[in-house]
Design a protein around this ligand. Sequence first.
Ligand SMILES: *[C@@H]1O[C@H](CO)[C@@H](O)[C@H](O)[C@H]1NC(C)=O
Ligand SMILES: *[C@@H]1O[C@H](CO)[C@@H](O)[C@H](O)[C@H]1NC(C)=O
Ligand SMILES: *[C@@H]1O[C@H](CO)[C@@H](O)[C@H](O)[C@H]1NC(C)=O
Ligand SMILES: *[C@@H]1O[C@H](CO)[C@@H](O)[C@H](O)[C@H]1NC(C)=O
Length: 614
Amino acid sequence: MLQHLWLLLALRCLAMGALHPPQPEAMTPLVAATLQILAEQVSPSQSTLAVMDLTPDAGHRDHRQEQLMSTILRTMGSEMALRTFQKPPDAIPASYVVFLVNSAQAFNTLSFHFTDVHSTREFSFLILLTRRMSSRAERLQVLRDISRNCVRFHTANVVMLTEKSDGVVLVYGYRMFNMNCDLSVNLELIDVYENGLFRHGHEARSFNRGLSLSGCPLRVSWYPLAPFVFFNGNASDPEERAEIERLSGIDGELIKLLAHIFHFRILLDEPCDKCLSLDIKDDCSGCFDQVIYSNSSILIGAMSGSHQHRSHFSFTSSYHQSSLVFIMHMSSQFGAVAQLVVPFSLPVWLALVASSLLLILVIWLRNRLVCRQTVSTCHALHVLTTLMGNPLEARSLPRSGRSRILYAGWLLLVLVLRVVYQGKLFDSFRLPYHKALPTEISELIRANYTLINQEYLDYYPRELTVLTRNGSKDRFDYIQGSGKEGKFTTTSLIATMASYNMMHWSTSRLTHIKEHIFLYQMVIYLRRYSLLKFAFDRKIKQLLSAGIIGYFVREFDASQYRKPLEEDYEVSPIPLDSFCGLYYVSAIWLSAAVLAFILELLSQRISWLRRFFE
Ligand SMILES: *[C@@H]1O[C@H](CO)[C@@H](O)[C@H](O)[C@H]1NC(C)=O
Ligand SMILES: *[C@@H]1O[C@H](CO)[C@@H](O)[C@H](O)[C@H]1NC(C)=O
Ligand SMILES: *[C@@H]1O[C@H](CO)[C@@H](O)[C@H](O)[C@H]1NC(C)=O
Ligand SMILES: *[C@@H]1O[C@H](CO)[C@@H](O)[C@H](O)[C@H]1NC(C)=O
């Protein structure tokens, strides 16, 4: 029995031994450095990691690479989902990718197509050069080749590790912009791993090491559109254009701030035209061409994140929004004096005048026949002052009974008319000051408004559209000039209209219809696959949340803080609260009157009080 127990115990020990994990192989410094970087920068924030094992000729596997791969899998596998690839895939499946390569050729086998989806995703590459290089020159050559390939994939977040023969691991990154601004790839030794320790803090070897353009110039194209971009000065004069502080507006201030942050110099191009419509047959070459075909890197001026042109560009995340609306001329219903006439229609006014004239005539005739006096101007004055609400003087009343009846009848008429007029006048003050405008796009179309625009719109009939190359200001001037008879409309951003109205505050009658077309997301256009995109995105988000862009908006975009012109005259019910002052004063008067009444009553009894009421 005891023997069996011993056997059981022995078996148990054996089983436990089998379950023990095998002793980890001695980690090479390269693996240790890799694991530390992954643990610092990838596994805390990411759930997936792609690991690619690339060899120049598929099939021949490198022993060191296999060992590396299995160590990484074993260590990282418990923390993240890993996807491993033994040959280059068509697309990159994760944002963070570890490449195991033994030569530059191995990395070159990577050839995926940079589709639009990829241009909106930011990749970070950790590249392990597994082969030990015999010389420094050879090592740098290979790393430079790999970096050039990374540029081909528009990825700047690259950390390259390589191990020297003495076990020291070198950590490299690369930069595109050097002092000469020649856009060559410059390797940078960013950290060294020696005796199990990195030399610098982990910011030094981070994937996002912060973009700095070393003061290199970038050409900036701009579409002038207040309040987003405008230039204080003569924009066609190259000397004035070199003075960047003249550039202003929301986009203008933003790009100046970005230039300061990323340390680049703005080379301002001449203001450009959007040349939106291809239906106008002129060889217009605009902002978009400047960025697509020419050397311009950045395009500002209220660029839309949803316009069809966006596919030719990389664009940043949105930093501001404004509504696109239909603009039209707003005409007032009546002038200041006309509003006083509105309560009565023309026949009533004529009847009033006729009856007054008749009365003057009657009084004049009576005086002429009975008293033989002619003071008709005096009578006319009496009639007029009575009409205006003045009391009659007793001596000017006619004495004979018949004309008294006529006069009394007329006075009654005046009383009724005045009450009616006051009531109606109050009503007419509450009328909208402006003619009713279409509030919806469909009403605009039904009323045959002609749209003056830079391109045909899907939501407006083509036969009612006139194409023009004119910018917003010219179109606004045109609509403003054609007045209320011209049935013209155009589309614009609310902010642009508000800015125009502010510039022409005394003359402008432009307003927008209630229905908005859509909310326009403003972005900055960059060249396609631009390395600037992700750095700009991050910074724009920071500036947004810090309220700095909000500050620019507050300074330049009046539409956010002002009501449109039309709303000032909107009819709204008069709240009872607004009469409270009146109630207060009448309550005081009423109490005073009651008090006086009581005192007067009392004065009948109290002799000393009587003195005050006599
Ligand atoms: C602006 O500058 C250009 C080029 O120097 C010049 O031809 C033009 O007359 C200037 N315009 C004004 C309004 O000064
Ligand atoms: C772009 O820049 C290069 C180098 O500065 C120059 O040779 C080329 O003419 C420029 N292209 C255009 C369209 O300006
Ligand atoms: C608009 O134009 C169409 C066709 O020209 C015409 O039939 C219609 O009566 C017009 N509508 C208005 C409100 O003028
Ligand atoms: C466009 O602008 C030009 C010059 O400012 C003007 O002559 C023309 O009438 C404008 N066209 C429209 C449709 O506003």
